[in-house]
Design a protein around this ligand. Structure first.
Ligand code: NAI
Length: 351
């Protein structure tokens, strides 16, 4: 395992961070960096959208002269140690390379890139800058429940794990955000299932993926057809050595967000995230027994996002190494692409 580990920042130093992208998720990362992440100062932000820059000045207290509309000027800011990229996926590779070449640490939201040459370019530039951290945001690796499950697998508690069944299912958004987002997201498997793909590799011990088969359907958002996407997708992946994974991604659940993962081994199984309960309250009355549901991914993974950013900051400050590598992120893209090719071709595809 290649550790992505920086030693050039001091343990005592505070990290001066800038963020690019203040949309659906970027705004959340920015608020966490400004108000609740230890050892950092959020001192700059970049967005082409004026209203987003205004938000960063007004709500996050970033000085007006450090609110950038131009990405190149932002990256050249000499008083930044690290940059967090929460921009459209199609921009990740070029932006990450620019950050690394400017001598700064980089956090890149998932997925790393939408094709393998772009992934390889980032890995090559990162290898030329071994003192800088480059981390991709596979947030579930930092979720307490997934960490417990991974530790149990590692300790041999379920014997030899051989099957991961994992789903990422969002509540239906009648406004159709996903239809506008789809052209730059890589499609439902690259956008949603890439998390499940990374989880499967992690929980199964990083086996080599061999073959993928996928199918899908559009049940509520016909606008997705224009870019070859679906609002419900299913995939099966075969790994070397006999392990298998089954993925389900949906944009159309009626009740709420449901991320659930089952890992099955020769001596037991683990189930993470069943029922999507918002809290620990179960209400019983004349209509039945029930609980409130999670509204979206952020509500489910808020704690994990905080642990994830703490891990990035710790790596940048030279305090703790990362076990999540850029090559893990490249493998997730490789598998996601084979699944997406299979969705288009209707045939099994070699990974
Ligand atoms: P979004 O469309 O809401 O936000 C994108 C942001 O990037 C906007 O603020 C936009 O103004 C900005 N932007 C566009 N071009 C830019 C440029 N050249 N320079 C700087 N900023 C630019 O998208 P969303 O949902 O926030 O997704 C952003 C990234 O985060 C995607 O890569 C997505 O895959 C990832 N993501 C990860 C999640 C997770 O669970 N880890 C969940 C949601 C998104």
């Amino acid at each position: 395992v290649t550790e992505v580990f920086s030693t050039h920042s001091t343990v005592d130093g505070r990290l001066r961070i800038g963020i690019a992208g203040l949309g659906r998720l970027g705004r959340r990362h920015a608020e966490a960096l400004a108000f609740s992440t230890r050892h950092v100062d959020l001192v700059a932000a970049c967005s082409p959208v004026e209203a987003e820059r205004d938000f960063a000045g007004r709500e996050l207290g970033i000085a007006a002269d450090r609110l950038y509309s131009d990405f190149d000027a932002f990256v050249a800011d000499p008083n930044l140690d690290a940059i967090v990229l929460v921009t459209p996926t199609s921009l990740h590779a070029d932006q990450a390379i620019a950050v690394l070449k400017a001598g700064k640490h980089v956090f890149i939201e998932k997925p790393l890139a939408l094709n393998l040459p772009d992934c390889a370019r980032v890995l090559a530039v990162a290898a030329e800058h071994p003192q800088q951290v480059a981390m991709v945001g596979f947030v579930r690796r930092f979720d307490p429940s997934y960490r417990n499950a991974a530790a149990a697998v590692e300790a041999g508690e379920i014997g030899r794990p051989f099957l991961v069944r994992s789903q990422t299912c969002d509540k239906n958004d009648p406004d159709g955000f996903f239809v506008r987002f789809a052209p730059t997201s890589g499609g439902i498997f690259m956008d949603c299932s890439v998390h499940d793909i990374d989880l499967a590799r992690w929980l199964l011990g990083r086996p080599k993926a061999l073959r993928a088969f996928a199918t899908g359907t559009i049940v509520l958002h016909p606008g997705l057809a224009a870019c070859g996407d679906v609002d419900n997708g299913l995939a099966i992946v075969e790994f070397e050595g006999g392990a298998r994974a089954v993925f389900y991604a949906s944009r159309t659940l009626a009740h709420g967000h449901e991320t659930t993962t089952e890992v099955i081994g020769t001596a037991g199984k683990l189930l993470v995230g069943e029922h999507a309960a918002r809290d620990r309250v179960i209400r019983s009355d004349a209509s039945g027994v029930g609980h409130a549901v999670l509204g979206d991914f952020h509500e489910r993974f808020e704690a994990a996002f905080a642990h994830e950013m703490a891990a990035f900051v710790a790596a940048c400050r030279g305090v703790a190494p990362l076990s999540l590598t850029l090559s893990d992120a490249m493998e997730a893209t490789r598998i996601g692409l084979a699944i997406t090719r299979s969705l288009q071709s209707g045939m099994p595809e070699a990974v």
